[in-house]
Design a protein around this ligand. Sequence first.
Ligand SMILES: N[C@@H](CCC(=O)N[C@@H](CS)C(=O)NCC(=O)O)C(=O)O
Length: 326
Amino acid sequence: MSDTKVDILKFADKDGEYKRKPSVFRDFISSKAGAKFPPEAGRYHLYVSYACPWAHRTLIVRALKGLTALIGVSVVHWHMDDKGWRFPSNDDPCEGATEDKIYGVKRLRELYFKADENYNGRFTVPILWDTKTETIVNNESSEIIRMLNSEFNSLLDEHHAKIDLYPSDLQQQIDDLNDWIYPNINNGVYKAGFATKQEPYEKEVKALFEKLDKVEEILGNRYHHGEHYLTGNILTEADVRLFTTIVRFDPVYVQHFKCNLKMIRYDYPHIHQWLRELYWTIPSFKDTTNFSHIKFHYTKSHVGINPHHITPIGPIPNIVPLGKFK
Ligand SMILES: N[C@@H](CCC(=O)N[C@@H](CS)C(=O)NCC(=O)O)C(=O)O
């Protein structure tokens, strides 16, 4: 088990590059007869951090699909230390976080070891936990959101059952968007921010802004045709997946991850409009966004990047109201 301070808070390899490790738990909740993990109200639980863009995806989809009464949530403290994520306590309170509502454990890592005593990967959020078999069903957000989207429909009212963030006629388009938005934008900000050498940092930042320019062009064309989402007139998982990176961009990534060639609010009018429409007009986006957790987590946990833990006070506001240019 890699347990030392140096290990867990060290993200780049010896070439100075950050390489995200694949998630390990990859089972599926399925509505098919005889499934090992069938959909059931109250059976599954999400462990999240409000700071984390990957966990944020799962919170948005849970809310959009009307699953809040069926799937519970525990929220870790925004601070990640040398032993990973922890839950708040009386001596260590954290507004917006919760205790572990299932077992009352102190640390997220305890859940990983409950699921597999020999686990030797990273202790990441989100976790989709099964309270019946007491294990992790899945810890890969891109798969968790697919399950939440399609596998609980028989338990939902008609309105929520009909919401489909991955409709069959748009799947190819969504997959094509995910194929470059994930490596160069969602994970691109991390690859830039966690780089420990100049060259990989520059390579990633350039690729990131090239792809943001491409998103700006796509959304510009959409708005020109009276459409408001990445694939047209329907909100899809492609919007959800991009949102959690863009909403963190000006408040954190520009400064903390040194992604500072441009800012969303000043340089990308269509992305900015799209971001604010999602945030200000669809409660599932605003209600799951916690800017304090976001800003405090990155700036006070990544000691290698910000050794004095000082959280910059700008930009103000974290997100610009709709209707104003900036
Ligand atoms: N592939 C995972 C990535 C999750 C992930 O990297 N989460 C981060 C927080 S943003 C984490 O928990 N990191 C803890 C660590 O790496 O020790 C997913 O998308 O679900």
